[in-house]
Design a protein around this ligand. Sequence first.
Ligand SMILES: [Zn+2]
Length: 378
Amino acid sequence: MLPRVSSNLRYLKSLFRQYYSTGCLEEPTYIHKREIGVQLIGEKSYRRHLSFPSMTMLYKFIVENPPLHLYYSSAYYDDPSANDMGAKGWRGSDLLFDIDSDHYEGCNSVITFCLKCGKSFEGSYKKCPRCGSGNVVTYPIIGFDCIKRAYNDALKIKTVLKDDYGLSNIKAYFSGNRGFHVKCFDDNIIDLTGDERRELAMYVSLNGLEPSIVFPPITRRKIVVFTTHEYGIRKRVFETLYDKSLIRRRGLYYEADYDDVLVSISDNKVDIDTVVTMDISRLSRFGGSINGKSGLVVLPVSNELPSSYQDFSPWDGTIVIKPLIDFSGLPVLGNKVSLKTGISLRVKTYIGVYLALKGLARIENIDRVEIRKCMIHS
Ligand SMILES: [Zn+2]
């Protein structure tokens, strides 16, 4: 058994190494002031408090030790490699927002596979409901439409940061797995405290908004009045009402039903993880790095979202895998794949790598893999 396990890891390392050898990472500003964190392929724990004086030195490290996950701190430090957070000398942080598509309805289904008895179950289990084995794999099913919804929410955040706060230098990144990150590198936000960032997150997400204070209804008729020059949250809601033709012109002002205003507020809400935004020493994924949960690349998306998961793969060509489960028509990154335990199968590289990273297959041959050209243009 042992040689087979290690050959799977050896192939994964080789694939990641070949990709990182092309130098496709997005360089963060002040790389020498960032804490770098990695989880190497084949290692269980993370290595934190690393620092590199230049991208060249970072590439040297990751080509020798290909990471499953590669992060840099949103923070800038005097001494990023100090083990104690207090001793690092915090100088400021980029502003982060995290959008996870598993919060959306219909985007959180999971299959649990038991690798011992071979049965599969809808839902997430820590132990096999049939044989009790802990040797189980939980496998999420996320349609690409879920990624589209996360992207739309990322765009909403970008718009608010730009229009309401006047910030610039904002980028939305596909997380490489099932969501989006929004990063703002504007000089005006780098010294904000965690509490200030929480206030900002609440304003952007509209969570905790008391509608009757911002949109006081005229009591008896349950009508909200808008002027022709609204700003901030009221402008956002006004525009939604306008687009849906739910607002009526009344001479010098507009009016809308309070119930419609409530629905428009919901339409403008963004489900973000406030804890991420508040955390001024958060590690976040490098643009251009491979997300080791999926084998897809963390990519900035500026204009149009690519049409499928395959567009985020660092590899073309095919590989041979040996499945560890039986399953007919398993959804894999927008494809249906039929797997038979122990029967080798040639599949597109991104599909095979995904199954291997999830623990449902082992890689047996990578001779026909091609590395794609850099997808980052920084
Ligand atoms: Zn079982």
